[in-house]
Design a protein around this ligand. Sequence first.
Ligand code: KG4
Ligand code: ZN
Length: 340
Amino acid sequence: MKDVYILAIESSCDETSCSIVKNGNIDVATVINTQIDIHKMYGGVVPEIASRLHLENITLVIDECLKKANMNVSEVDAIAVTYSPGLLGSLLVGLESAKALSLVYDKPLIKVNHMLGHIVANNIGQTLRYPLISLIISGGHTDLIYMESENSFKYIGRTIDDAVGECFDKVARILDMPYPGGPNVEKLALVGTDSYAMPRILDDGSFNFSFSGIKSHINNLVHNAKQRGEEINKANIACSFQNAVTNSLVSKSKAAIEKYGVNNFCVSGGVASSSFIRNELFSMCEELGVKMFVPLKKYCTDNATMIGAAAYILYKNNQFSGLDINASSHEELSLEDIIC
Ligand code: KG4
Ligand code: ZN
């Protein structure tokens, strides 16, 4: 089969990114323009600012990526773009740019679900093995998915309230650290000890997660201490929090691996760039004799390379889209709708 080059665009949240991916697993060139420094000033992503910045940057990012790859749009085989889930205004900027390229250069258009992108980030530079259990941990999601093959998905658990990354961001804010909080909490936890009692995180025998309880607990703990004029040890809170959350991720993943009897486990999403969480999941897999896949850290947080990698699966299945597709801020009910 001839080589397939896909130009992919990602703009679902606060990163404007373009990538050219060869055969679904080779990152030919990737450019990521992050808006973090701007959103930091507001303590989180401001949707209206995000879409405006995507609009300002999208053509520059696409041009830079093509230059880096030393290619023209006419040389690629398809245009791929994230259409859901995410911030509507942000998604629309990427989607309309992709449609314009598809129309002008007469290239097939492939719409990609952002969550599928996170999972398939594991195919960049390596090859996923099936059947597997996939754990997606990001700013917007905490999902456990069973995949029998690259074409079959079954959601088996998800968060019933906050996503794990969102919880890290909120706890960081309570501890006076800037957005995005995850890396700051991880750094602070390194110099702390697990000395604060944390509430048990949803232990109901399901594969669902819940993080709002622990977030509220930390909020109350810090505010009550402030009101009483008591000292708190932020590093110890960060360490106790990170341990509790990680234990929940590890134990639910372990239960899912055992229930489905798989030998492969993959983890992805921005939170998977945490060395601490990666290591704890690795230890669990090693104990079970299960192969664990995790993307390089640069492919954990939002990027267009993962969208190009996922689009390749759709390309092979001839799953192309018309120019009438729309963006959707909500998660699909089932990824089974996306691939058949
Ligand atoms: O996947 P991502 O880039 O965006 C979404 O699709 O949501 O994930 C961003 C999230 C943020 O909440 C950020 O705080 C979290 O990933 N994150 C981390 C770490 N690095 C990034 N959370 C915990 N520890 C980290 N080291
Ligand atoms: Zn993401």
